[in-house]
Design a protein around this ligand. Structure first.
Ligand code: HEM
Length: 457
């Protein structure tokens, strides 16, 4: 394998580089497909405000703006032969079946019925330090879109936008809570941008940016001038995911105590939550501390190599399915390895107190940055839908990621086996904890790609 490239990060958009530091608020503004001239005008007026090369607001700034384009917009401005070289999965509508979006998550219900993915031209991603900065940046973007004659699309039936904000921070100052109460942001991939080995789970830049196609990191455009044009750009899979917090909390209350009868009910609930995720809700990995939380160990490295049957961490727990490090992979997975994505999601909606549903929309606006939608994002979604990539799973391969699996997928089992030294506990009717409300594939162009594609000087 060729040694990993040194990427000139000064041309990357902020989302690719990291969670936008110091900005607890995010807004995604969705725009319709523009005429080619309108797109050029819009990008030209927004361009001075786009943040490349840093994920920090510049001094005195309180907002960071990024822009990603959907396939129908790029189709307007690219030569036919160049457009045809973009990844097929990006150009096609999301394949809801392969993503496991069955039943209530079916594509027909996405975007609250307000529009379909092929009407989307662009997402503008605003990160802000406070509400007034968010509104000011919004006004700037809306003005630029209006001046260019590009209509905004509203993904909520009531006309609202997609806004997200950090919930409470995690214990010991690391990460931030998601709905369901888990801390996120402990293990996120660190990209080895300078080609140098890193101490924390380094991700090869070729898994994140285009233009460095090779056997181990295939991407499209693969080579020739189209690959040069899109070098250092990334694909972005945007996923609007509703979380049923009431169902989740009731599940813990009902199933936790009978599964772990020796524990006090409150402790049994927490143990079941940990078995679903592979981490205690404070972030402690079960692989390191299977019997009790130890939050100061949240960001320590670990593998599942010494736990082949899941005594500490069940084999279908979320983080084990998404990153089965140290596990022997089978079938095609043995060749492709573990897909890497850079996660930049943020929770939306108010926290729910208790376990009675209040009918309010809440969940996570997931952003998965990668160099191949098909090989990385879609493969992870397929792994969550069918646990069939390692011999640690039952041979039928129909178990699912316990947390994010969609139980309406035909043939999927709803069982969850929790092995322990004293025998295997079992849940027979795993509920759906999530519902997909939208999926959009986008392109986060590098500075140079944006200049060339949109005809900026
Ligand atoms: C509402 C839905 C979801 C929730 C609540 C959730 C929550 C989490 C949490 C708490 C972690 C551990 C974070 C950490 O170690 O700091 C995690 C890890 C991860 N999740 Fe999710 N997730 C969700 C959906 C998804 C989806 C849809 C995907 C991809 C298709 C995904 C992919 C991953 C990956 C790759 C990791 C990293 C695993 C590791 O390296 O240890 N997640 N998720």
């Amino acid at each position: 394998m060729a040694s990993s490239p040194q990427v000139d990060t000064t041309g990357l958009q902020a989302i690719v580089l990291g969670n936008v530091a110091g900005c607890p608020l995010v807004r995604h503004i969705v725009l319709a497909v523009p005429e080619p001239e309108a797109l050029r005008r819009f990008v030209a007026s927004l361009y001075p405000f786009l943040r490349f090369g840093s994920n920090l607001p510049a001094e005195g700034e309180k907002a960071v703006i990024n822009l990603s384009l959907a396939a129908p917009a790029l189709k307007q401005v690219l030569p036919v032969d160049v457009y045809a070289k973009l990844e097929t999965a990006f150009r096609d509508p999301p394949d809801a079946e392969r993503l496991g979006d069955a039943g209530a998550s079916a594509a027909s219900s996405w975007w609250e019925g307000q529009f379909t993915g092929d009407e989307v031209g662009a997402f503008v991603h605003l990160f802000a330090t406070d509400d007034s900065a968010l509104e000011a940046a919004t006004a700037q973007v809306v003005q630029a879109a209006t001046d260019a004659g590009i209509p905004e699309l509203h993904p909520r039936a009531g006309g609202g936008r997609l806004d997200a904000r950090y919930l409470a921070p995690g214990p010991v100052g690391k990460g931030a809570r998601l709905h369901f109460g888990y801390v996120d942001g402990l293990s996120n991939a660190k990209v080895a941008w300078d080609g140098a080995p890193s101490d924390v789970r380094p991700v090869d830049p070729r898994a994140v940016v285009l233009g460095y196609n090779c056997d181990s990191f295939p991407c499209a455009p693969a080579r020739d001038p189209a690959a040069v044009l899109f070098r250092d750009s990334s694909y972005l899979a945007f996923r609007w995911i509703y979380q049923d917090v009431a169902a989740f909390e009731r599940f813990l209350t009902e199933k936790g105590p009978p599964l772990f009868p020796a524990m006090a009910p409150a402790v049994a609930r927490e143990m079941l939550a940990a078995k679903l995720m592979g981490r205690w809700r404070d972030g402690t990995p079960l692989a390191l501390s299977p019997d009790a939380p130890a939050p100061e160990r949240g960001d320590e490295a670990f593998t599942f190599a010494s736990d082949p049957i899941g005594l500490a961490c069940p084999v279908s727990a979320h983080i084990r399915v998404m990153n089965p490090k140290g596990e022997r992979l089978s079938g095609m997975a043995a060749t492709t390895g573990i897909p890497q994505v850079v996660r930049r999601g943020m929770p939306y909606g108010p926290e729910l107190a208790g376990d009675r549903d209040d009918g309010v929309d809440r969940g996570v606006l997931g952003m998965f940055v990668c160099a191949s939608i098909r090989e990385q994002f879609m493969r992870l979604a397929a792994w969550a839908t069918r646990n069939n990539f390692s011999d640690v799973f039952p041979a039928h391969g129909k178990d699912q990621d316990t947390l994010i699996g969609n139980r309406a997928v035909p043939g999927a089992t709803r069982t969850f086996a929790i092995p322990s030294a004293g025998g295997t506990g079992r849940v027979d009717a795993l509920p759906d904890f999530l519902r997909t409300k939208g999926t959009q594939y986008l392109m986060l162009m590098s500075r140079r790609a944006m200049q060339q594609v949109c005809g900026l000087d």
